[in-house]
Design a protein around this ligand. Structure first.
Ligand SMILES: Cc1ncc(C[n+]2csc(CCOP(=O)(O)OP(=O)(O)O)c2C)c(N)n1
Ligand SMILES: [Mg+2]
Length: 320
């Protein structure tokens, strides 16, 4: 079904919201205003938004250490996310988890995850639950190129394929696992080729083309809902920032980065909206301003929220 203008504008707004959120986090991190560690999603926005725009209330997503974009694409509160990153009581985990523990189960957002590859079995489990409950829900797992080397990837794909679970595996191939390039960490070019080993469809798409991601995931979600089992979608993309904030990026060239910046998913989609006559530059500028206001207000919210009280120290935490 063709997307309406409203739906396309909403997708544009979501990508901008992620970009503005991440740029602001980079800024406050560089000024030492936030504790902990952050991995930013700048450059990869079309993947989260293209995929999540196909999902409904009963669906789940599992995320990664680079999870802000997934949460925002699923509709998480930028106020609560920002407060969490600032370590404040109004954050998703009352400020005790930080960037890599942001989750909103009510929204079907099973959470960011500091353990590489850990989202895959979680998504398979969530898909199993949906199948068992017969509620027509699907689960999506986002994970990186390097995560596809982990045993959890292979186990999750195997079980999901044999049980025909309603799950979509979305590999964000940004060409690096920390500082290690894909050609140094795996002997294949397309992660999608690994689908063959599990007898499921595997396809590679341009992860910086919002519509390509949207269409591929729309098919995969339909397949999952129809009881036909999982799909592996590999989205070729690139992170504009380092692996984490503070990374000097010595393992990649300026030229490579600049080439990818030219393929910015947001600029590309804006050009497409203009070209199709769906929006004028003034409309796009207005969305941009609204997004900037929304993130400014999230920063305000986070700054004004108190730090957790000392009595919170042992609450809601689990230690084995
Ligand atoms: C099980 C596990 N092994 C190693 C790490 C350290 N680590 C953190 S991120 C990362 C690389 C992940 O690369 P990829 O899956 O491609 O995701 P990207 O960071 O590129 O989005 C590694 C090895 C970890 N967090 N968990
Ligand atoms: Mg990677």
């Amino acid at each position: 079904m063709a997307l309406t203008k409203e739906e396309m504008m909403e997708m544009y707004q979501r990508m901008l919201l992620i970009r503005e959120f991440e740029d602001s986090v980079a800024n406050v991190f560089s000024q030492g205003q936030i504790p902990g560690f952050v991995h930013l999603y700048v450059g990869e926005e079309a993947v989260a938004v293209g995929v999540c725009s196909n999902l409904s209330d009963q669906d789940y997503i599992a995320s990664t250490h680079r999870g802000h974009g997934h949460g925002i694409a699923r509709g998480a509160s930028v106020d609560k996310m920002m407060a969490e990153i600032f370590g404040k009581i109004d954050g998703y985990c009352k400020g005790k988890g930080g960037s890599m523990h942001i989750a909103d189960v009510e929204l079907g957002f099973l959470g960011a995850n500091g353990i590489v590859g850990a989202g895959l079995p979680l998504a398979a489990g969530a898909a199993f639950a949906n199948k068992y409950l017969n509620n027509n829900g699907v689960a999506v797992c986002f994970f990186g190129d390097a995560a596809s080397n982990r045993a959890t990837f292979h186990e999750a794909l195997n079980l999901s394929s044999i049980w025909k679970l309603p799950v979509v595996f979305v590999c964000e191939n940004n060409m690096y696992g920390i500082s290690m390039s894909q050609e140094r960490h795996q002997n294949i070019t397309d992660v999608a080729d690994r689908a063959t080993a599990y007898g499921i469809p595997g396809l590679t798409v341009d992860g910086n083309d919002l519509m390509a991601v949207y269409e591929a995931s729309s098919e995969a979600v339909k397949r999952a809902r129809a009881g036909e089992g999982p799909t592996l979608i590999e989205c070729k993309t690139y992170r504009h920032r380092g692996h984490f904030e503070g990374d000097a990026c010595v393992y990649r060239s300026e030229d490579e980065l600049n080439q990818w910046k030219k393929k910015c998913p947001i600029k590309r989609f804006a050009a497409r909206l203009l070209e199709m006559g769906l929006a004028g530059q003034d409309e796009l500028d207005k969305i941009n301003e609204q997004v900037k206001e929304q993130i400014k207000s999230a920063l305000e919210f986070a700054r004004q929220s108190p730090l957790p009280d000392i009595t919170e120290l042992t609450k809601d935490v689990y230690c084995d």
